[in-house]
Design a protein around this ligand. Structure first.
Ligand code: GDP
Ligand code: IMO
Ligand code: MG
Length: 430
């Protein structure tokens, strides 16, 4: 069976872009299934670093097709900017990039509503990326959203846009006492996208279905992370989509039975951007070490990422809901130089109870204290290590500990941002 799903197992920024880029060489199609330009997937090729927000991370492999599925919310301005950036690198996207005609669009009013809502929430703000993601998915489910296909018919677009903007203006005016948006300026800007986007638009579910029938290999690229899933994450401090495995089916129109590999991207420690509980967060010199050495600053917003120890309680939970078949452990190199390394294996929750179960609601999670296993650290630089045997014993023990605790085998170990800085564990083709 030919579908591999690559999933962020934590709170995003695990290094999905790097691993997807690496695996793209083995597949025919890379397809994004959810989220939008809130994602920032970093790919380092040679000495150059590129950040992709909407275009799948397979675009740097010439023979690989890229699909933006129906489950993604597309900001046409951001998309066109990204296509321009990719073309400037000498990469031809024509005939390689396909966009679902049913994907929903992010409009200026989504970003505006998000901005005023976050401001109004004050201390309770989610700390979103400001890309309009939440309000765009709200409109999708309210059945008032505008889809890519609507961009191709100027009359339909004008009508839908006017109706939507008038409604959003009423909200801005009456609820938030904020300035209204200029209906006509937006209508005139967005009708111009028809010619630009038209060459890429297609029925991607048909394209993917035919590819499956032809025995082609598809890689579904998740954005964000499982703990940001709107159902399974740390609600309300989540994104508004399904980064988890099921999202690949609904976001692309592929059957669950077509999926045979679910690769969890696991950062060797934990990071989180934005607000919300984070039991293993470190507000000390170890946290600062991880942020400094790991360059933990957001690829989309530049915000410093909160850093902490690996959380195996959370990872066992995300493994259970996703059905991870393999692990790709990233950024192991960043942990060099720590005397000891720790991983939470249990939480002490309200009433002093000790559990391995991830609390299912926010208040329970807020009160949870992690209980750690402590392992020896290592000082060696890992960035040139090419085999598992070449890793220091303490680093190997840490990997073994993680894999055993999760009961999932490790396929890849990443020791630097470049493609070449990846150890493919025996029996796995890199
Ligand atoms: P994504 O959103 O999951 O694709 O991850 P991001 O691109 O937002 O963040 C991961 C960051 O870590 C990027 O700057 C990558 O270049 C970098 N990175 C990925 N893998 C490794 C690794 O193994 N070691 C180090 N040092 N950096 C890595
Ligand atoms: P990648 O794909 C890390 C976080 C935001 C915020 C919450 C909601 O690069 O891993 P949103 O803008 O989605 O409504 O914000 O989710 N968030 C991410 N954190 N990596 C991401 O994507 C993220 N996308 C959203 O910081 O806490
Ligand atoms: Mg990222």
């Amino acid at each position: 069976m030919p579908v591999t799903v690559v999933i962020g197992s934590q709170w995003g920024d695990e290094g999905k872009g790097k691993i997807v880029d690496l695996l793209s060489a083995q597949v025919d199609i890379v397809a994004r299934y959810q989220g939008g330009a809130n994602a920032g997937h970093t790919i380092c090729i040679g000495d150059e670093t590129h950040v992709l927000h909407l275009v799948p991370s397979g675009i740097f492999h010439e023979g690989t097709q890229c699909v933006i599925g129906n489950g993604v919310v597309i900001d046409p301005v951001a998309l066109m900017e990204e296509i321009r950036m990719i073309r400037k690198l000498g990469i031809d996207v024509a005939g390689r990039l396909f966009i679902s005609h049913n994907a929903h669009l992010i409009m200026p009013y989504h970003k505006r509503i998000e901005e005023v809502r976050e401001r109004a929430r004050d201390a309770g703000a989610i700390g979103t990326t400001g890309r309009g993601i939440g309000p765009a998915y709200v409109d999708k489910f309210a059945r008032t959203g505008i889809r890519v296909v609507d961009l191709l018919d100027r009359d339909v677009l004008r009508k839908k846009l006017r109706l939507n903007i008038e409604e959003k203006n009423a909200i801005l005016r009456e609820v938030y006492k904020e300035e209204e948006l200029d209906v006509e300026a937006i209508v005139e800007e967005y009708v111009e996208f028809d010619k630009l986007i038209d060459p890429f638009v297609t029925d991607t579910t048909a394209l993917l279905g035919e590819a499956l029938a032809d025995g082609k290999e598809i890689l579904a690229e998740g954005a964000q992370g499982s703990l940001l899933d709107v159902d399974f994450g740390t609600y309300p401090f989540v994104t508004s989509s399904h980064p988890t495995a099921g999202g690949a089916c609904t976001g692309l129109g592929i059957p669950p039975t077509a999926i045979n590999r679910i690769i969890a991207i696991v950062k060797a420690y934990t990071t989180r951007v934005g607000n919300g509980p984070f039991p293993t967060e470190l507000d000390d010199e170890v946290g600062q070490h991880l942020r400094d050495i790991g360059h933990e600053y957001g690829a989309t917003t530049g915000r410093p990422r909160r850093c902490g120890w690996l959380d195996l309680v959370a990872l066992n939970y995300t493994s259970r809901i996703n059905g991870f078949t393999e692990l790709a452990i990233t950024k192991l190199d960043v942990m060099s130089g720590l005397d000891q390394v720790r991983a939470a294996t249990r939480y002490e929750v309200e009433g002093g109870k000790v559990t391995t179960r991830f609390p299912s609601h926010l208040e329970g999670l807020k009160k949870a204290s992690p209980l750690y296993e402590t392992l020896p650290g290592w000082s060696e630089n890992l960035t040139q290590v090419e085999t598992l045997d070449g890793l220091p014993e303490a680093a190997r023990s840490y990997l073994d500990f993680v894999s055993k605790n999760l009961n999932v085998p490790i396929s890849y170990v990443s020791t630097g941002p470049k493609r070449s800085q990846t150890i493919a564990v025996d029996g796995v083709a890199a």
